[in-house]
Unconditional design. Sequence first.
Length: 145
Amino acid sequence: MKNKGKILAVDFGWQYVGLAVTDADRTVVFGKGVIKDYGSLAKLFVKIAEFCAKEQIVQVVMGVPTAEDGKNTEQSEKMINIGKTLEAALKDIPVSFEDESFTSYEADRFLRSIKVKNSEKKDTEDEIAAILILKRYLAKNGYSV
């Protein structure tokens, strides 16, 4: 893994895909919104590729749900396969995986604590989940954010 360059985190969902990015030094994580109603995986991958080019992304981290014991589940395997397909579509940008367990719960809890209305939560919840996924990944790989 390179020590410099922006990393994109993807909180994948069938309706909403949350995005978060580091700075080039990997010291700060920024939420970058959500991709909604993308239509197909192929269209989603084009949007992510365009985003990666615009933001000069050198690596992607995709959230994967795991079982309580940390092992992969059937759902995990589906997400890993989607991530590998994304990696093929991105060509020169590697895709890594990070446990996303409870990130949506943590995001929801945070949004409740700052009194965000339920009707306004969904867009932000997936973005915050992506931030949490990226922070976990960075912490496991020796970065302090």
